[in-house]
Each structure stands twice: as C-alpha cells, then as structure tokens.
Design a protein around this ligand. Sequence first.
Ligand code: ADP
Ligand code: MG
Length: 775
Amino acid sequence: MSERTDERLERAFDKRTATALGKLGLTTVGDLLGHYPRRYADPGALTDIAALEVGEHVTILARVEQATVRAMRNRKGALMEVVVTDGSSRLSLTFFGKHRGSLYNHEKRLVPGAKGLFTGTVGLYRGTRQLTHPDFTLMGEESDLDSDEALLEHATKPIPIYPAAAGIPSWKVQGALRVVLDTLADADVPDPVPDEVRERQGLPGRAAALRSLHRPATLEEAYRARHRMRFEEAFVLQAALAQRRARTAAEDATARPPLPAGQTGILADFDASLPFTLTDGQREVGEEIADELARPRPMHRLLQGEVGSGKTVVALRAMLQVVDAGGQAALLAPTEVLAAQHARTLRTLLGPLADAGTLFGAGRTGTSTQVALLTGSLGAKARKEALLRAASGEAGIVVGTHALLSEQVQFADLGLVVVDEQHRFGVEQRDALRAKGRVSPHLLVMTATPIPRTVAMTVFGDLETSSLTQVPAGRAGITTVAVPAGNVRWTDRTWARVREEVDAGRRAYVVCARIHPDEEPAPGSGAGSGSSAGRTGRAAARDFDDVPEFLDPGDPGGPGGPGTAGAADRPPLRAVLEVAEELRGRPELAGIEIGVLHGQLPADQKDAAMAAFASGETPVLVSTTVVEVGVDVPEATAMVIFDADRFGISQLHQLRGRVGRGSDPGLCLLVSDAEPGTPAHARLEAMTQTTDGFKLANLDLELRSEGDVLGAAQSGRASSLRLLRVVKDAGLIEEARTAAADVVAASPDLTEFPELAAAIRAQLDEDQEEFLERT
Ligand code: ADP
Ligand code: MG
C-alpha cells in the first residue's frame, strides 16, 4: 500500500467525520476507498418501497407526499409525520421535537414534492411501516460535505448507496470519498494486476476503477469498474494459491510406496478382510492416491464425494499404506462424535490388525498397528497414554478432533494427514497439523458433500481434486417427504412410520435445532450473525457438535436476522429435551427406548448414546445436528427433522445421508411450517426431488446469498472476498486462475510483480489476523 492509502482518517478528515467513518470499521484512506457501494440508485427512479422489509437498515430514494406537525397528545413535545412515496407505495417518517419550534427546520425542508435519500431501520407501528428519525439529504440542497458538483450528480448520475450505520448515512460516506478522490493520483493506488494481464483482459487501471466505482457517470461505468475489482480479487487469491501450489511442489516428503506384491502388510490383510468389494471410483481414486504417496513430494489432494460414497475406506487404505511403509497417519475429524466413531470403525474394520501392543506388549510390528483416539474431553490419564502412543510411534493411526492441533501432540514419524469433512476446517488448521511432520506429510482432505467446481477452485484452490460420484451398489435409496408442522394427522402418521421401522429392527433419528426448550438455537455460538467471519469463527473455537448451519440473516427463515422481527409469531424451535419427553409419552412409540444426544453431554455419554443407538438398545435417537457429519449406523433408516426450513440444503443433505446407508430403503421426513413461495420452502422442495449432491449443491448456490456460500465452505481464506461471487463469476475465476498461474510461473517469488506480492502479503496478514481472533 502507498503512503496515501495508509493515511489515517483522523489525518485526512476532521475528528467527527473520522469517528463516524470508524463506526463502519474504516480507519485508513485505503479502507475508505475499499468501502464499495452496495448498489446504485437511479436518480430518475424512486426506490420500491413495497419491497422493504421490517427490521432492515435501508437507504431509499423517495419523494415527500405530505407533512404534518402536531402537538403530542399525552406528553410534552411535538410530532412531525412525513409520508414519502415511490409513486405507488408509502412509508411514514416520524420525528419528535421538544416543541414545535425544534421541528421548524424539518418542516421547512420536507415539503411535498421534495426528493431525497432517507436512511434508517424499517420499523412497524400499528401495522404501518415507518422510519423513526431517519437521516436524510434532499436533492437540490447543499450540505456540509456536498459540493455544488454533488447537486449535479444527484440530479443526473447514479447515486452510490453505501453500507451505512446509524450516524453515518450513505451520503456522508459519499462525501468523504469525494474529498479523497478529488486528490487521488494514479500512483497512490498501486495495482496488483500486472499491466499485461490488465490489457489482455481489457480492464481499467486500479485508480480509474476506484473513481468509477465511487463516482460513476453511468451505471455501465460502475459495473465495468466492479468487474475489474472482482477480477483483481480473484487474481490475487489465485496467485496466492498458485504460489502455495508451487511451494508445496518444491517441498520434500518421504515416499511411502506400497509394499511390493507378495509381501504381506496391513493393507493387504485389510483388503483381504473387507466385507465388500470396492466401487470402481474407490479403486481408481485409491490408485491415484497410492501413486502420489509413493513420491518424494507431498501429496495435496482433495477428495470430494457424494454423501455415503465410502470416502472413509479410501482414506483408511491410504493410511495403511503409510503405516506399512513405516510411517504414521493422523485423521482429523470435526466433532468428538465423529472422531470416536472413526476410531471405533477403524478398530472394527482392522480387527486383529489393530492389536499391536495388546498382543505384543511393545511397539508396532510389521503386520499390526494401533489406533489411538485423542479428543479435547479425554481424561488426563487417557490423554497421556494417547500422546505417548503417538509420540512413540506405537499408534500407526491417531484419530482426533482439534485436540490434535495442540502443541503437545507429537508424532514419531507423521507421514499422512487426513482431514475428514473439510468444510469445518480452515487452511490454517491444515497447516498446523502438517507442521507436525519432520518433513511435510502427505495431505488428503475430504469434503462432506460435493461442491461446485469454482467453489472448489476458490476455497481449495491449492489442492488437486478427486471425486467419488457413485455410492456403493445395493442401496435402496431414500424417500423424502415435506411434512407440515402442527398437523395432527401428519404427526400421528410420522410416529406410526417410525414405529414400523423400529418394529422391523431398524432405527430412527429425530433431529432438532436446539437442545433446551428455553434456549437460543445454537448454543455458545454466534449463530445468526450470518457473517462468514462469525461462521468461520466457530470453526476454530470449538467442535461443531450442535451448530446448525443457519442461513443468510436476510432470509426470514434465519434467526437473529432482520426477519426475526416479522417472525415473532412463529412457534418456537423444537428442542431435543422437550421432543424426547414428548416421544416417551406418545402411544405409537410405547415400549420403545428413546435416546438423547447433543454436544453438551460429556464425551463418554455421547459415546454411550451413539453406541446404544447403533446396537438398537435405544432405536430412536433424538439429537441435535451433532449427527450431521459422517455418522454411520447402517441400520438407521428413518430420520425426522424438525424445523427443517431452518437448515441449509447442504446440511439437510448431510443429515439425510445418515439414513439409507444399508440395503433397506431410507425415509426422511422434513417437518416445517415454511410457507409456499418462500426460499425456505423452495429448499425443502428441492430436497424432496433429488438426492444427487451435485445437483443440490448447485441449487443451493442459486438459492443462497454469496457470503453464505463461502460461510458454508468454512474457509478462513475465502472470507476475505468482498465483491467476488464464486458462483456467478465462475468464468472470471477461471480466467484469473490461468492468468495467475502464468504470472507465478514467470516469476515464482513475484520479484517482478512487487505490487502483486504486496497485495498477497496484505491479504495473508488479514487472514492471519482473522485466524488469530478466532482462536
Ligand atoms: P462417506 O463418503 O459419506 O464418508 P462412508 O465412508 O461413511 O461414507 O461410507 C458409508 C457406508 O458405506 C459405510 O457403512 C461403509 O462401510 C460402506 N461402504 C463403503 N464402501 C463400500 C462398498 N464399496 N460397498 C459397500 N459398502 C461400502
Ligand atoms: Mg464420511
């Protein structure tokens, strides 16, 4: 950054303006220049008032229709009521004054016919939408920051509308930017996009783009500028990823080749004991991975696959190859439930192959190993033992949660890191674990659900990708039905169906969005904050046991967002403890044991609850989304999801993936009171129509807002994207990726492109800061 853009706003402006801008999180001139308009108002067209939502902070262009001032009836003071219109709908503005005289100024200005911008939070008073004490600026008027030129702009040019806050309306931001832009030289804003790339893409320079973005003469100009800034974001990100790829490719790793044919090892024994044959996809991806592990360069691979496609077996086989070659493997899981399950599955699948130590007393022999489990809630003794086994190399496979990232965890010879269900982890966590190898270990990352290509390219752009698209043959499929909440006939039928499944020896999950009836939806989390930062914040802070991945705060379905005001009359979310009690009293379920599982239970009780469910002791399990990812009980055939409209598509897809994993058909009942025509209803519709994860992922992207897509992808890196839309900008991302790869190939350390190198550094610092804040 240049001296100019580093300049503090206190220096560039008077104290009041600087403080006001500070409320928007802006501290330097560079920050201000990077505060892009959310949209542009056409000075010739008024804002559609009917579309405004209660609870929303808005900036609207409207015309005053009438204004009245009267004394207050019950207390001292005067009330001014102004009705503004867009030509068809109306919105009322109210102002209070100590006495009539104190409203004199407003009275003089807000006369019928006056046109201007009004900003405030939309409230509801006696059924009428209104703004209370809105800030406003009128066309044809001078204000402190607006120059003569501003009047002209208001009259003819697009009006930038900025994300604003109380006390700092959009036009103040605009005014401040005008001051900066008036004296901004091209040299003040170094351009990370090299000239030749810019010219080839036909993009304006950075300074010109900033001018057009903040002060466009036409909408086209603004959009061209926005396109350029999007390209820049994609380009800087892709250049950083290209550098990362290049760096990894140059790193040394220990080659872990498969044992020569004929020599028995754990992998060969395991394959021989496998109760099923691998799918074609599993075999192909397996070979790809086996080849890469055999090279002295670290593998860096993303395995994405349909829910239930059998990623665990693929990962386990890779781990066993490494163990056979004398190394260790670590498996990182997002929740304690999943880590414990993985450890259990691995031990079961391995059988006697995981008996080392118990049979032989000390150390790993050539043909068996140990699986150690390391989670945050382990007792001191168990923890010490697991640490010892990892450090001594006795445990060939160490399974754990975030606890694996802790500094105390050491390995004798870490050869492979597998990250399961990656969407819960960030790049930094991957690195923290990789750093535990003497040389770089190989890395295999697995996503929970299929993800569209450009999301993969943006969020996992430093990894090579393999996909598992088929699920093993012999699965009977899942039927999904949307069930209206509160309908007695449907409710009775639901539990009768659950009874039928249980009577046939099968199991049912019942999923609720929260634990206690009198508690917030997502315990101990910032759920509903909706920002990707809030979401990723949770990634680092704790295991993900009960966190429903809630939706865009703009979505009336999401809690805590602006929609909440209007949704006050919604029935409260169903809670695990309450539903479990209710089910124990339902005649349909008489005699059936009901289990309970949620993240607030101690680890041993979670384990016990999962085990009792798996064994059939409690064939109905009422749970939070703690069962969302990866949980594998083949006998489970039914799932009832309460408040299903509160969950995102990928989460529903994940949840649903818990049933129909055996040869019996699955049934998924989505209980909700979502109204037809709402996005929430559209999501449920989609769920009933397909079980194809790729289709659902694309649809999800269409229905979601962008920030949410990245939030769902749970990447610290992607959270820094501002204008780029991973879905709509797919073409642009591809172009940026190619261009960035060329540039990095030409100058791997970017010495020839210092501006780009600086932009990447700044970006990394920002990510780093965010990461530190989260941990
Ligand atoms: P995911 O890809 O969602 O993580 P899992 O690895 O948990 O899926 O596998 C889902 C289920 O399918 C498990 O019970 C697993 O044992 C089983 N499975 C995996 N591969 C096969 C196969 N080739 N044939 C039959 N069942 C398989
Ligand atoms: Mg899995």
